[in-house]
Design a protein around this ligand. Structure first.
Ligand SMILES: *Cc1c(COP(=O)(O)O)cnc(C)c1O
Length: 356
């Protein structure tokens, strides 16, 4: 029995989307690592990505990587979030590769790798302006000089992450800057960088339009596979599904009430003052998802006649006047999710997850 609220995960759609993305990237000499972090490292999702052609799996949390490994998934695992100095042994134990930007952490990883008799691969992250993780560009050469000293870690390549913190988009300028830097590292230290791991879902347009420099050969892709969208304009990506995930919630109360509150008003439960528009009486539905379950700003009713009026921790309030007669208490309503809503739904213990 399915109990509301829940989300359905269509694994065939995820596999199909993965194939569309890996097909495009592979054609351009780019290997794809599938990113599962927004699904909290869901093992069935990772398997669908692998069936669809990703070469490996990445997640930002060690717990998620450990869960994927316990589920018997046999691939190489990349830790996406720069590792904590306090957990270098666990990182080396669970992940084959991590993204790095601090020498102290590299030294810790080195010691941990030597202790466990392993070689741990690292990608050195370069900040090209999005101002999240990464070594600032003019500090990269001295950083690499130091990073080559400790044993047990192997520099697999350099990488960057864009369009996450500040929304900086990949361009020929910043991509070529990374390529140039990679060439400089190779010449200065007589090493070969196997990967230039420069893109996430925001880089697909550049690849498809043939503007991605040829040396960029690795991508870490989450959203485009899972939600079928590139992330610059959030346009649906060709030949992908946008509805691999659907949220279901149940109507708890259905009543005609005025559109204007009665009485003197102060802040709502979340400290907000909302303006209300008088539209006479409306048919309102209360459903059983709220801020404790999902980012309510990130969901859209699949029936476009239904409007979200707002929500609190446990309720969402809808205007369902346009579907009066078609719905009753106990009915399930369906919603699409954006990245933020998917992240919160997958993280919430109250939202069940069912794979199709
Ligand atoms: C989340 C993340 C990605 C994946 O980004 P999408 O936009 O979901 O493709 C790639 N790289 C890093 C470092 C990330 O944190």
């Amino acid at each position: 029995m399915t109990t509301t609220p829940y989300i359905t995960i269509d694994l065939d759609k995820i596999e199909h989307n993965t194939r569309a993305i890996t097909g495009l990237c592979n054609e351009h000499g780019i290997e794809v690592t599938g990113v599962t972090k927004v699904t909290c490292g869901h093992p069935e999702v990772a398997k669908a990505m692998l069936r669809g052609g990703v070469a490996s799996i990445a997640d930002s949390r060690l717990e998620n990587i450990q869960r994927l490994k316990s589920a018997g998934i046999d691939t190489s695992f990349m830790l996406l979030r720069v590792p904590p100095l306090s957990a270098v042994d666990e990182v080396v134990e669970s992940a084959d590769l991590s993204l790095n930007s601090e020498l102290a952490v590299l030294e810790g990883l080195s010691a941990a790798a030597i202790r466990s008799g392993k070689v741990h691969d690292v990608v050195l992250m370069v900040d090209l302006g999005d101002l999240r993780e990464g070594i600032w560009i003019d500090e990269v050469i001295p950083f690499v000089r130091e990073a080559l000293k400790p044993g047990g870690v192997r520099i697999k390549g350099v990488g960057t992450n864009l369009a996450c913190f500040a929304g900086v988009v990949p361009s020929e300028d910043n991509m070529n800057q990374l390529v140039k830097l990679a060439n400089e590292i190779e010449h200065s230290f007589a090493i070969t960088l196997e990967w230039i791991s420069a893109i996430n879902s925001s880089g697909l347009e550049m690849i498809a339009s043939g503007r991605m420099p040829r040396r960029i050969n690795h991508a870490r892709i989450g959203e485009a596979i899972l939600l079928g969208r590139e992330t610059i304009h959030r346009k649906p990506w060709p030949d992908t599904f946008q509805d691999a995930f659907v949220l279901y919630a149940e109507i708890l109360e259905l009543k005609n009430k005025p559109s204007l509150p009665l009485g003197e008003r102060s802040e709502d439960a979340f400290g907000r003052l909302t303006e209300f528009e008088d539209r006479g009486n409306v048919l309102r539905a209360l459903i059983n998802v709220g801020r404790e379950d999902i980012d309510i700003e990130g969901i859209t009713p699949l029936d476009s006649r239904i409007k979200i009026l707002g929500g609190s921790s446990g309720y969402l309030v809808l205007d369902v006047s346009a579907v009066e007669g078609d719905i009753s208490v106990g009915d399930e309503l369906t919603f699409s999710l954006n990245y933020s809503a998917l992240l919160t739904a997958m993280t919430s213990a109250y939202v069940k997850k069912y794979t199709l």
